[in-house]
Design a protein around this ligand. Structure first.
Ligand code: SF4
Length: 254
């Protein structure tokens, strides 16, 4: 798939630090063997204590689901959260359908405090990526949700049981949003989404997972780097652009 770019989108790519010639090469040829560390299993010194998920979660609408996440006590993360982060920058009364769903890693402390994901430089890069695709942070086009709705304490990684427990919220969000494509950004987002169907896949290095179309809740999934990782390793931006072009090829034309 070749994504046609206008002058403004090319400027956006340059702002991301991506050479424009990358955009006109078929995605299959642009993929470069990545060197990023694999999503490996987190330390499991802690043992998760799980409780029942909110009753009727599978039938809830968007507002009820957000409220259920705010009240949820289904895993230990409820004890240390200040607030849940259900979706970023999306009014509760927005239309529920969206074209692109971005799933990010769990909210960190500042994101939890703001109730928003992808702050500061992360957000600026993310918006530039969207603009290069001809997208805006507009609810019918883009929705951003965290893989876990509650912050994980700084002293540890998410536990597999927590990712699994909170996946019920994610599955209901996908059912309500009916996105054309999902982009999983970051180690924990990728691990949770791929674990749903193929647990062994989730342990693979990101480099082996990129360039393929996975599935989650009957929706095509492309995996890529979290914006914060791209800011640390700018050389990966071209690979992220290739991932987004692959995702774009999975969307339907209006
Ligand atoms: S992380 Fe998810 S499952 Fe755990 S308490 Fe928060 S909303 Fe519930």
């Amino acid at each position: 798939m070749t994504l046609e770019l206008d002058t403004r989108q090319r400027a956006m790519l340059l702002a991301m630090g991506i050479k424009v010639w990358q955009a006109n090469v078929p995605a299959s040829q642009r993929l470069v063997t990545p060197t990023t560390a694999a999503p490996t299993a987190p330390p499991t010194a802690d043992v998760a204590t799980l409780k029942a998920l909110p009753h009727g979660l599978g039938e809830m609408d968007w507002v009820a689901l957000a409220d259920a996440a705010a009240q949820c006590q289904a895993c230990d993360l409820c004890e240390t959260r200040q607030r849940s982060v259900f979706a970023s920058g999306r009014p509760l009364d927005a239309p529920t359908h969206t074209q692109w769903l971005f799933i990010t890693d769990p909210p960190h402390a500042e994101e939890e405090s703001a109730g928003q994901l992808l702050l500061h430089s992360d957000g600026e890069l993310f918006v530039a990526m969207l603009q290069a695709l001809g997208l805006a942070l507009e609810p019918t086009q883009v929705c951003v949700v965290p893989v876990l709705k509650c912050r994980v304490p700084d002293t540890r990684n998410p536990l597999p049981e927590e990712l699994q427990q909170c996946r019920a919220f994610l599955e209901r969000q996908v059912a309500l949003l009916q996105p054309q494509v999902i982009v999983a950004m970051g180690r924990w987002a990728i691990q949770s989404v791929l674990s749903a169907n193929t647990p062994a896949l989730a342990q693979q290095p990101l480099g082996k997972l990129r360039g393929q179309v996975h599935r989650f809740a009957n929706t095509p999934v492309v995996v890529t780097y979290h914006p914060s990782s791209l800011l640390r390793t700018p050389l990966d931006k071209a690979k992220a652009w290739a991932d987004l072009c692959l995702a774009h090829s999975l969307t339907r034309r209006p």
